[in-house]
Design a protein. Structure first.
Lengths: 728, 1021
C-alpha cells in the first residue's frame, strides 16, 4: 500500500510541475498592439495615417543615366548601368538594374495602408473632430493617388485595389486595369481629397510647423495635372482623355496654385552662392513653412551628395562621377539670345551638328553665351568651380601725390602661385569701386615668400582716396594682417570689411621711399586668399575625360545641378529633386494647350487670368533669364521648342526618362549618346565630338517596367493570363 | 550543494576496503593482455578496469555471484566468483560488438537489443584528427551524417551537420541535456579528449522521445567519467602546421594587362584600350617595378603556413565512493596573415583553454550523485572587426597585380620635415587588405563559457526491483566580451597617368587614432530534467521503461524583441520495451512536447514511434551455423517533429506603436509586422527505417539501413502563391504548414577486424550513405505552358538550380564562332546580344528566344546524394597505422561570380580565363576554357551547364602513424606508456573541379580548407 502512495505522490508532484511549467509557455505582454483597436484611439489612428507615408520611390540623380541625359561612369563595370546599356537586363534582374528597383511591392504596400485607413476612418471611434477626419482622409486619398500615379507611369496597366483584401482572398478573378481607368480613379481620389475643408485642421494650402512632407492641398492638383497629361500622351491615349480634357484639368491646377501663393522661385543669390536664381533653387531645401521656396509643391526627393556620387575627381573624398551629362543634352541648351544653336545633325552618328548661323554659336568656343540654365546644370571645360574666389582689398587715402603702393605677403612655402594686384579709384563703396576701371594692374607669377606686391608710377598719382585689391589667386596665398592697426585705412576680405585690423601695406610719397600705411602692431596673422578654380575636363586635365576611371567623366561634362560648389567632405550642402514643382504645372498646361488649340490660343484660367501655351513656357523662360519664344509658330514647330524647353528646364529631375516614353520617342532619343573630347594646345582647345556604342535599351519593351517575374508566375497560376508587360 | 560536497569528500576520505579483492589478468585469443577491459559485478554496483598489463583487481561487496567482463569489439564474458580470488579470462573478439552499450541520451541500450538506427564513434577515434573544432572531426566517421565545412578559417571553422540529407543541425544532447542554441559553437567547446562516445540517432524509434526537437536527428555526446582505480594521468602535446589546400592561380601584371585589353577588345572598344603594348612589355620586363609593378598580393599578406599548438592533460581515478575525471586542454592558434604595423600587433591570434571535471559520488547504497563542471575561456584577437578574416582573404583577390602597393612610397616632406606618404593604396572599386590588416586596429574578444551539471540518482529498488529515479539540473552561461581598439585610415588611388606614380585620395576617410570601445553578448539556459526508469528481467523476458520530464528556459543573446524574450520548452516522454530472450524485441516510444512558439491550442505535439527487432541468429535453426554469428532484422515506424525555422511567436500578430514617423505633427506611427497564424504547428516527419545487421566469423560485420521520411506539413511562406499587390509584405504574411517533402536513402556499413598474429591486427571498414529528397508540394505556381519546365521546385530536390544548356549540336564547340553563326542561329537572347565567342544556348522550347522559358534543371540540389568514409589500419607490435578516406558523390552545382566571369571589380581572372575565347585562339585551334572575356555583364553570365561543376571528391582525410616506445624506456621516466604520433588531416583530395583555383568546398574568394601536419606525443602515467 505504501508503495502505491509513493507512486501517487510522485505522479501528483509530476503533474503540478508540468502544469506550472506549462503556464510558463504563455507570452507575457511585450508591447504588441491589436490592429483591430487602432481606430479606437486618437493617437494610434494618427500613427496609422503616418505609416501610410514613406512608400514613394524617391527621385534620384542617377535616373539621368538611364536616358539620353547622361552616360554613366560605371558603363564599363558589370552591374546595373552596363546591364542596362547592353540590354542584358531581364524581368528577373530589372529590380537590381533599374534606378528605383522594383517599386511595385512597396507602392502596393502604401496603397494597402491607405485602403485600411480609408476603410476605417469614418467608423473610427477615436476622438477627432469631423474636420480632422476629413483632413486625414484627404491625406490618405492623396497618398493613394500619388502611389497609383507612380505605379502606372512605370508599369502601365495595374490591378486597381481600393479596399483591404482579406488574407484568404481569391486572386483568380483579379485583373489589371488599363492606364486610363486608373487615371480616372486617381482623379476621383484627388477630388475626394479636395472636398475636405481648406482649413488648418482640415486639408490646407499651407504647410505648418513640423509638417514637412505632409500632403497639402496643392499636391492633388499636381497629381491630377501629371496623371491627365500622361493619359493624353501618345503612349497612353486611348480616347478616354483628350488633350482638351487634359487642358481643363491642367489650367485648373495651375490657376489654383497661382492663386494660393505658389510662384516660381526667383530669389537672386547673394555673395556668389549660386550661378543664378534657377541654380539657387536646386540647392535650397524646401521647408515646412514655405517662407522662401514658393515653387515646390512636393519635394519627395532626399538631399543628395552630388559632390560625392556625381562629383569631380578634384573634390577630395568623392566616390564617382556618376551620371555624366551628354553632348546631346548640352546641345539642347539655347543661346542666351533665345536662338537654337544646333538644329540637328547632318550625320547618323550626331558628330556633325547643323549650326544655326543666327544663333552666334561658335563650335570653337561652344560654351559661351548659352542659356543661364546651362551654367546652372552642367560643369563644362572652363566652368568656374569656385564662384566666390577670395580677394583682399584696402581702401586708403593718399594725403599727397604718390609714386607707389604695395601689399606685403607672408611665407606660404616655396613658389606659391600667382596673384593679381589692382588699384582702383574709390567710388562710394568697396563693391562699386572694384567694379570700376583699374588705374593700374599687375599679375605676379610665382612670387617669392615675404614679397611686396604692388605698383610704382614714374608720374605720381594725385592725392585722394583709392582702393587696392589682390585677386585671382591660383593657389591658397594671402596677405599679412596687423591686429591693432590704428590707421584710417579700411580693409576688406572677399568684400567683407575687417573689424579689428588692417592689411600691411605701404605707400611711397617719394620714389622708392615707402612708409607703412598701418602702424603700431605687435602681432600679425596671414589672411588667405582662396583661388578661383575652373573645371579642367580636357584630355589630361585635372578633371580630364577618361574611358576607364569612374572618378572621371566619360563625356567631358559633370552634373552641376543640385551641386553647391561649397559641398565637400565637411560640408554637405547639395540639393534634392522635387517630385512636383510649379514649373511642371506650367509646362503640363502648355503641352495640353498647344495640343488642344495651338501655341498662341489664349485660355481663360479663371477669374480674369488668361494664358496661352507660349505664355506658360515664357513664364518659365523669364525666370531663367531667357527671352520669350516668338509668336506665330506652327503646332509642330512649337512642339519641338516645347519639348526642348521641358528637357532643359527639368533636366536631371527624373522627368526625361518618363517623357521620352510617354511621347514614344525612346527609340529615337536613346539609341546612343555622344560626348565631347577636348584637347588642349597651350591655351587653345580643340573640340571633337564622339559617340558611345549603341545602347540596347531603346526598343519598345523598355517603354514599361516589367512586373516581377514571381508576381507574373503567381498570377499566371491563378488567372491563366500572362500579366507580364510586352517584350519582357 | 555544500552538503553534497561534504558527503563526497567525507566518503572519499573514509573509503576503506574491508572485503578481500579478486585479481586476475584478461587476454585476447592470442594471449595478448587487454587494457581497459571493464569488469562489473553482476548486480552492477562494483566496477574495475584492467591496466596496461591486463591486470585488474575488484572488490565485490554488493552480493553478486558473477563478474561480467566487457570490452569494445569483444563478446562479454560472465564468470562465477564463488570463493576464488584469482580469475584469468580470455575474451573472444566480435567486430559486431553485440554487448556495446549505446547511449541514446535519456537512456541506453546494448547493441543487440537495439531496434532503432544509430551510428557511433568513440572519442579515441576523433582524437586522431589534429584539428581544433570538434565538428571537423566527424567527417567520414558517422554513417548518415553529412558535414559541410562552410567556413574554414583557422580554429574558427564552421561545419554544418546534416543527418540523412536535408535535415540541418541535429539536436545535440550532452550528457543527457539537450542543447539547441548555438549548438555549433557549443560543440566546439568540447575537445575530443573529453569524449567517451558519440551516438547519432537517425530514426523515429530513437528520435521520437525528443518530440519537437527530434526530427533533425540527435547527436548524443557522452563525456568521459572517472574509473575506479589508481590515478591515471594522460598527457598529450601536439604541434601542427596548417596550410591551405588550394590557392587561386596568380595572374601576373603583364598577363592581367593583356586579359583586360582582350576583354575591352571583345566589347568593341578597340585594341590596347587599357594598356599599350609598351606598357605590357614594361610589366613583363619588370625593370621599372615602381611604374609597372607586378604585385603578388597573396604573398604580401599570406604566410605559407600557420601553426597551432595543443596540450591536453587529463586525470582519472577514484574509489567506489568517489570517481573523477578531469581534463584541461589548451590551444594556441597562430595566424596565416602577415602584419607589419609597428605600433600594435593586429594579427590574428587565438588562445583557447577548456577544462572539465566530472565527479561521481556514491552517497549511500541507494543514492548517488554527480557534479560536472566544464569551462572554456577563449581569447581571440582579430584585425579590425571581428570576423574580418574572410573579408581580408577575399580582398586579396580584388586588387590586380598591376596595381602598385601596398602603400605609397614614404618620403620626408621638404617643408614640414615630416614623414609623408605611406598611405594605403586601394582601387576605385575595392579596398586593400593591407588597411584592414594594419590600419584598422584590432578587436579582442574573450569568451567565457561555463557549463554545470548536477544530478542525483536514486535507486528505488526498495520499492520495487529495477526502479530508478534521477534528477538533473544543468546550467550554461556564455559571455563574450568584445574590446575594440579601432582606427580608420586614408585610402588613395593611383591616378590614371601611366608615367608618374601619383595618387589621389579615395573617399572621405582620414587617418584616425586608435580608439577603444566595448560591447558584450550573453546567453544562458537552465534545464531541469527528471527521469524515472524501470528495468527488470522476468525469467527470459526483459522489461524496461522510462519516463521523463524536461523543462528549459533559455535566454538567447538577442538584444531585440521578440528574440530577447526567454524561450521556454517543456517536454515529456515515455519509453517501454520488451524482449524475450534477446531474440524478439518490441519497443514503444512517445514524446509529448511543447514550446512557447505555438498557440495554446497547438502547443503540445505527440510523437509516437514503434519499433521491433528479431535476432534470427539466436534462433535454434541458425544457432549452429559457425560462420554466421549475427543476423538481426530491425524495423521502426513513427513520428518526429521539428520546431525550427518558424518565426518567434508566429502565432501572434506583431503590431507596435511608436513615437516618430515621417510627418512630425502626427506624432506617432504604427508599425505592422508579422500577421499571426494561430494554427501554426511543428513540422511532423513520419519516418520509417528497416535495418539488417549481419556478422560473419566474428570478424566481419555488415549493416544496411533503408529509410523513408515524409513531412506533410512543412512550413511554407507566402512567396509561393501570394501576389505582392495585395499589399502586405510577404515577409509579414503568415507562414503555414502546407508543404510536403519526402526523403529516402540508405546507410550501408561494413567493418572487418582480424587479429592475424599476436602482434598484428588489421582492420578495415567503411560506410556509404545515400539520401535523396524531393519536394512534392510547396504551393508553387504553375508557369505558363511555353516553359520547358513549368515547375521549378515541386518534383525536384530542395535547392534545385535551373539554367541553360549549351548547344553543342552539329559538332559545335558551344560558342558562336562568327557573326554569321549568330545570325544563322536565328536566336535572340532576352538578356543581351551575344558576341562572337559567347555561349550558344539551346532553344529548349523552340520559340527562337533564349529566356527563362528554356531553363532546365542543372545540378543535384543543395545536398550531395552520396557520402562515404573508408577507414582502415593495422597495429604491429609497437607500431600502429590508421587512415581515413572520406568523400561525397553525385553533387553538382552551377558556379558563378569571382574568378569565373572575370568581370568583377577590376577583373578577377581565374585560371580558366587565361584561355578564354578569342577569334585567334579559335582559328589556331588552341584550347579554349572560357567564353570571350568582357568588361561588363555578358550573355554568358547566366546559369548554364557550362559552369556546372562536379563537386564530388575523395579525400585522404586522416592518416596517423603511431609508435609506442618500449616499456623500459617509459619506465625510466615513471611513465606507463609513451607514444609518438605523426598525423595529417586533409592530406590529398581527388576532385573533378574544372580548375585548381579552389577546392570542391567554397568558392574563389573563400578561405580554403586547410591541410594539417601534426606531431604528437602522448604520455600515460
Amino acid at each position: 500500500m505504501k508503495k502505491y502512495n509513493i507512486f501517487l505522490f510522485l505522479s501528483i508532484v509530476a503533474s503540478v510541475f508540468f502544469i506550472s511549467c506549462s503556464n510558463e509557455l504563455n507570452l507575457q505582454s511585450d508591447g504588441r498592439i491589436d490592429i483591430t483597436t487602432v481606430f479606437t484611439d486618437r493617437y494610434e489612428t494618427m500613427g496609422y495615417l503616418n505609416s501610410c507615408y514613406g512608400y514613394l520611390p524617391g527621385p534620384y540623380i542617377d535616373r539621368a543615366s538611364y536616358c539620353d541625359e547622361a552616360e554613366d561612369c560605371d558603363d564599363n563595370i558589370p552591374g546595373a548601368r552596363s546591364d542596362w546599356y547592353n540590354g542584358t537586363t531581364t524581368a528577373l534582374t530589372y529590380a537590381s538594374d533599374s534606378q528605383d528597383g522594383s517599386p511595385w511591392t512597396g507602392l502596393y504596400e502604401g496603397i494597402r495602408k491607405c485602403n485600411v485607413f480609408l476603410a476605417n476612418i469614418w467608423t473610427s471611434t477615436a476622438y477627432a473632430t469631423n474636420e480632422e477626419k476629413e483632413g486625414w482622409a484627404a491625406q490618405a486619398h492623396t497618398l493613394r493617388a500619388l502611389y497609383y500615379l507612380q505605379l502606372i507611369k512605370r508599369y502601365g496597366a495595374v490591378p486597381l485595389i481600393d479596399k483591404p483584401l482579406p488574407i484568404n482572398y481569391d486572386y483568380s478573378k483579379s485583373t489589371k486595369s488599363k492606364f486610363s481607368t486608373v487615371v480616372t480613379f486617381i482623379l476621383a481620389d484627388c477630388d475626394s481629397a479636395l472636398t475636405a475643408p481648406a482649413t488648418q485642421n482640415g486639408f490646407p494650402w499651407g504647410i505648418y510647423n513640423n509638417q514637412f512632407g505632409i500632403m497639402s492641398r496643392a499636391i492633388p492638383y499636381a497629381i491630377k495635372s501629371e496623371a491627365v497629361t500622361y493619359a493624353a500622351s501618345p503612349l497612353w491615349a486611348d480616347g478616354t482623355y483628350s488633350w482638351a480634357d487634359a487642358m481643363a484639368i491642367n489650367k485648373d491646377a495651375l490657376y489654383q496654385c497661382l492663386s494660393n501663393d505658389y510662384s516660381l522661385f526667383n530669389v537672386q543669390p547673394i555673395n556668389h552662392a549660386a550661378q543664378n536664381a534657377y541654380a539657387l533653387y536646386f540647392i535650397t531645401s524646401s521647408n515646412d513653412q514655405r517662407s522662401v521656396d514658393k515653387e515646390t509643391i512636393y519635394q519627395g526627393g532626399g538631399q543628395m551628395a552630388i559632390w560625392q556620387y556625381a562629383g569631380m575627381p578634384t573634390n577630395l573624398g568623392m566616390n564617382k562621377s556618376g551620371p555624366n551629362p551628354t553632348q546631346d543634352l548640352v546641345d539642347s541648351y539655347e543661346m542666351a539670345n533665345g536662338q537654337v544653336p544646333i538644329s540637328g545633325y547632318s550625320d547618323a552618328d550626331h558628330l556633325q551638328p547643323i549650326i544655326n548661323p543666327a544663333s552666334g554659336y561658335d563650335p570653337n568656343n561652344p560654351y559661351a553665351n548659352r542659356d543661364p540654365r546651362f551654367y546652372a546644370s552642367v560643369y563644362y571645360n572652363g566652368a568656374l568651380r569656385n564662384l566666390n574666389p577670395g580677394t583682399a582689398g584696402m581702401q586708403f587715402t593718399a594725403t599727397a601725390p604718390f609714386y607707389g603702393i604695395e601689399a606685403l605677403c607672408p611665407d606660404w612655402g616655396n613658389n606659391i602661385g600667382n596673384l593679381t594686384f589692382t588699384l582702383y579709384k574709390w567710388n562710394t563703396n568697396y563693391a562699386t569701386s572694384v567694379a570700376g576701371t583699374p588705374i593700374g594692374q599687375q599679375t605676379f607669377v610665382n612670387f617669392k615668400d615675404e614679397s611686396q606686391l604692388g605698383l610704382s608710377f614714374s608720374t605720381p598719382l594725385p592725392a585722394g582716396t583709392y582702393v587696392w585689391e589682390l585677386s585671382n589667386a591660383t593657389q591658397v596665398v594671402g596677405v599679412w594682417e596687423w591686429t591693432d592697426g590704428t590707421s584710417t585705412a579700411v580693409s576688406y576680405n572677399t568684400g567683407v570689411q575687417l573689424t579689428n585690423g588692417n592689411y600691411r601695406s605701404q605707400i611711397a610719397y617719394a620714389p622708392n621711399n615707402y612708409t607703412s600705411l598701418v602702424s603700431g602692431c605687435s602681432s600679425q596673422t596671414p589672411v588667405q586668399i582662396t583661388p578661383g578654380r575652373t573645371v579642367q575636363s580636357y584630355v589630361g586635365g585635372a578633371d580630364g575625360i577618361s574611358a576607364t576611371d569612374r572618378t572621371h567623366t566619360r563625356t567631358g561634362y559633370y552634373v552641376a545641378k543640385f551641386n553647391n560648389y561649397q559641398s565637400g567632405q565637411s560640408n554637405s550642402a547639395d540639393g534634392a529633386i522635387r517630385v512636383f514643382r510649379l514649373a511642371e504645372l506650367y509646362l503640363n498646361f502648355a503641352e495640353s494647350a498647344y495640343q488642344a488649340g495651338g501655341p498662341d490660343v489664349e485660355v481663360s484660367l479663371g477669374s480674369g487670368m488668361t494664358m496661352s501655351a507660349r505664355d506658360a513656357v515664357d513664364a518659365i523662360r523669364e525666370r531663367a533669364g531667357m527671352p520669350d519664344l516668338p509668336s506665330g509658330m506652327s503646332q509642330a514647330d512649337f512642339e519641338v521648342r516645347y519639348r526642348n524647353e521641358r528637357r532643359v528646364e527639368l533636366a536631371f529631375e527624373s522627368q526625361r526618362f518618363f517623357d521620352v516614353r510617354r511621347w514614344k520617342i525612346l527609340s529615337q532619343t536613346d539609341q546612343f549618346v555622344t560626348g565631347m573630347q577636348i584637347t588642349a594646345n597651350g591655351s587653345n582647345y580643340t573640340y571633337t565630338r564622339f559617340r558611345f556604342p549603341n545602347r540596347n535599351d531603346s526598343s519598345d519593351k523598355w517603354l514599361l517596367y516589367p512586373l516581377d517575374q514571381s508576381e507574373v508566375n503567381i498570377m499566371q497560376g491563378y488567372t491563366g493570363v500572362n500579366w507580364q508587360n510586352p517584350g519582357w | 550543494m555544500a552538503f553534497l560536497f561534504g558527503m563526497i569528500f567525507g566518503t572519499a576520505l573514509n573509503a576503506q576496503n574491508e572485503t578481500p579483492s579478486i585479481k586476475g589478468v584478461v587476454h585476447n585469443e592470442f594471449g595478448k593482455p587487454l587494457a581497459g577491459v571493464m569488469i562489473n559485478s553482476e548486480k552492477g554496483k562494483d566496477h574495475a578496469f584492467t591496466d596496461e598489463k591486463g591486470e585488474y583487481s575488484i572488490v565485490v561487496n554488493d552480493g553478486s555471484n558473477c563478474l561480467v567482463f566487457s570490452f569494445t569489439g569483444y563478446v562479454n564474458k560472465k564468470v562465477s566468483v564463488g570463493e576464488i580470488n584469482h580469475i584469468d579470462v580470455n575474451l573472444k573478439s566480435d567486430v559486431s560488438n553485440p554487448d556495446e552499450v549505446i547511449q541514446l541520451g535519456y537512456s541506453s541500450q546494448s547493441r543487440d537489443e537495439l531496434t532503432g538506427s544509430v551510428s557511433t564513434v568513440s572519442g579515441d577515434e576523433l582524437e586522431k584528427s589534429p584539428v581544433s573544432n570538434l565538428s571537423m572531426t566527424f567527417d567520414g566517421r558517422l554513417p548518415g551524417l553529412f558535414t559541410q565545412e562552410t567556413s574554414s578559417e583557422l580554429s574558427r571553422a564552421n561545419t554544418n551537420l546534416y543527418v540523412r540529407g536535408q535535415a540541418e543541425q541535429p539536436l545535440v544532447v550532452i550528457d543527457g541535456i539537450p542543447t539547441s542554441y548555438n549548438t555549433n559553437e557549443t560543440l566546439d567547446y568540447i575537445s575530443p579528449n573529453e569524449i567517451q562516445s558519440i551516438t547519432l540517432l537517425k530514426d523515429a524509434a530513437t528520435e521520437a522521445l525528443y518530440g519537437i526537437q527530434g526530427s533533425n536527428g540527435v547527436l548524443v555526446i557522452t563525456t568521459k567519467r572517472g574509473q575506479t582505480g589508481k590515478l591515471k594521468v594522460n598527457a598529450r602535446v601536439d604541434e601542427s602546421v596548417q596550410q591551405v589546400t588550394t590557392k587561386p592561380t596568380f595572374i601576373n601584371s603583364a598577363e592581367y594587362a593583356t586579359l583586360r585589353n582582350e576583354a575591352a577588345e571583345n566589347d568593341g572598344l578597340g585594341q590596347n584600350y587599357f594598356y599599350s603594348n609598351q606598357q605590357i612589355a614594361a610589366f613583363k620586363s619588370g625593370t621599372n617595378p615602381t611604374l609597372y609593378p607586378n604585385t603578388n598580393w597573396y604573398n604580401l599578406f599570406m604566410k605559407p603556413a600557420a601553426q597551432m599548438q595543443r596540450v591536453d592533460v587529463n586525470m582519472n581515478g577514484g574509489t567506489d565512493q568517489v570517481k573523477y575525471f578531469t581534463d584541461i586542454n589548451v590551444m594556441n592558434q597562430g595566424s596565416q596573415f602577415k602584419t607589419d604595423n609597428p605600433g600594435y600587433n593586429s594579427n590574428e591570434h587565438f588562445t583557447w583553454a577548456n577544462f572539465r571535471s566530472n565527479v561521481d559520488a556514491k552517497i549511500n547504497s541507494y543514492l548517488s550523485g554527480h557534479l560536472d563542471l566544464t569551462g572554456n575561456v577563449k581569447n581571440e584577437r582579430t584585425p579590425g572587426n571581428l570576423d574580418f578574416s574572410q573579408t581580408i582573404y577575399q580582398n586579396i583577390f580584388l586588387i590586380p597585380s598591376a596595381v602598385y602597393g601596398p602603400v605609397t612610397p614614404s618620403y620626408i616632406d621638404p617643408t614640414t620635415k615630416q614623414q609623408t606618404g605611406d598611405q594605403v593604396i586601394s582601387t576605385n572599386l575595392a579596398d586593400s587588405p593591407y588597411g584592414m590588416l594594419n590600419r584598422s586596429g584590432y578587436t579582442n574578444d574573450v569568451v567565457t563559457n561555463i557549463y554545470a551539471h548536477f544530478g542525483l540518482d536514486l535507486d528505488m529498488s526498495f520499492l520495487t526491483k529495477g526502479l530508478k529515479a534521477s534528477g538533473t539540473v544543468a546550467y550554461q552561461t556564455n559571455t563574450i566580451d568584445f574590446l575594440y581598439n579601432k582606427q580608420d585610415y586614408e585610402r588613395v588611388v593611383r591616378t590614371n597617368a601611366p608615367d608618374t606614380l601619383a595618387f589621389t585620395q579615395k573617399g572621405g576617410d582620414t587617418n584616425t587614432p586608435l580608439s577603444y570601445s566595448k560591447s558584450s553578448s550573453y546567453y544562458y539556459y537552465l534545464s531541469y530534467n527528471a527521469i524515472v526508469s524501470y528495468d527488470r528481467n522476468f525469467g527470459l523476458s526483459h522489461v524496461s521503461g522510462m519516463g521523463y520530464t524536461y523543462y528549459q528556459k533559455l535566454q538567447s543573446s538577442a538584444t531585440t524583441s521578440p528574440g530577447l524574450i526567454p524561450y521556454t520548452r517543456l517536454h515529456t516522454g515515455l519509453e517501454a520495451s520488451y524482449d524475450y530472450n534477446k531474440k524478439y524485441i518490441l519497443r514503444f516510444d512517445m514524446g509529448y512536447s511543447g514550446s512557447d512558439s505555438y498557440a495554446p491550442g497547438n502547443r503540445f505535439t505527440t510523437t509516437p514511434a514503434i519499433s521491433a527487432g528479431w535476432v534470427a541468429s539466436r534462433e535454434s535453426f541458425l544457432k549452429d551455423i559457425n560462420w554466421l554469428n549475427n543476423l538481426k532484422l530491425r524495423a521502426s515506424y513513427g513520428k518526429t517533429a521539428n520546431d525550427q525555422g518558424v518565426n518567434r511567436f508566429a502565432y501572434l500578430d506583431n503590431d507596435t506603436w511608436n513615437g516618430g514617423g515621417p510627418i512630425g505633427s502626427l506624432q506617432y506611427t504604427v508599425n505592422e509586422g508579422q500577421i499571426g497564424n494561430p494554427n501554426i504547428k511543428p513540422e511532423i516527419s513520419t519516418k520509417q527505417n528497416y535495418g539488417i545487421d549481419l556478422g560473419f566469423f566474428n570478424q566481419l560485420s555488415v549493416g544496411l539501413d533503408v529509410f523513408r521520411e515524409r513531412c506533410d506539413n512543412m512550413l511554407i511562406n507566402a512567396t509561393g502563391d501570394i501576389p505582392t499587390f495585395q499589399g502586405v509584405p510577404l515577409s509579414n504574411y503568415p507562414t503555414i504548414n502546407g508543404g510536403i517533402v519526402e526523403n529516402m536513402g540508405y546507410d550501408f556499413t561494413a567493418n572487418y577486424t582480424k587479429a592475424i598474429t599476436k602482434d598484428l591486427t588489421v582492420f578495415v571498414g567503411g560506410f556509404l550513405s545515400y539520401a535523396k529528397n524531393w519536394v512534392i508540394y510547396s504551393a508553387e505556381p504553375l508557369k505558363s505552358s511555353d516553359y520547358a519546365y513549368r515547375k521549378w521546385t515541386e518534383g525536384f530536390s530542395v535547392g534545385q538550380q535551373f539554367g541553360y544548356l549549351v548547344d553543342y549540336s552539329k559538332g559545335g564547340n558551344g560558342f558562336f564562332n562568327s557573326q554569321s553563326d549568330i545570325t544563322n542561329s536565328k536566336l535572340s537572347y532576352a538578356f543581351g546580344t551575344p558576341r562572337v565567342g559567347d555561349l550558344k544556348y539551346k532553344d529548349v522550347n523552340h520559340d527562337g528566344v533564349i529566356d527563362q522559358r528554356d531553363e532546365v534543371p542543372l545540378g543535384t540540389g543543395s545536398m550531395p546524394r552520396y557520402y562515404y568514409g573508408i577507414s582502415g589500419g593495422l597495429s604491429y607490435k609497437s607500431f600502429d597505422l590508421s587512415f581515413l578516406f572520406q568523400g561525397i558523390g553525385e553533387y553538382k552545382t552551377v558556379e558563378s561570380g569571382w574568378g569565373i566571369y572575370g568581370t568583377d571589380y577590376d577583373g578577377i581572372f581565374g585560371s580558366l580565363l587565361e584561355n578564354a575565347y578569342t577569334p585567334t585562339r579559335f582559328a589556331n585551334g588552341e584550347k579554349i576554357t572560357a567564353p570571350a572575356l568582357s568588361l561588363t555583364t555578358t550573355t554568358n553570365q547566366q546559369p548554364s551547364d557550362y559552369y556546372l561543376y562536379n563537386r564530388a571528391y575523395l579525400r585522404l582525410k586522416n592518416l596517423e602513424i603511431g609508435y609506442t616506445l618500449p616499456n623500459k624506456v617509459a619506465k625510466a621516466i615513471s611513465a606507463n606508456k609513451i607514444r609518438f604520433t605523426l598525423s595529417a588531416q586533409n592530406l590529398v583530395t581527388w576532385d573533378k573541379m574544372k580548375s585548381n583555383d579552389y577546392g570542391p568546398e567554397g568558392g574563389y574568394g573563400t578561405i580554403p580548407v586547410y591541410r594539417v601536419y601534426n606531431v604528437g606525443l602522448s604520455l600515460l602515467f
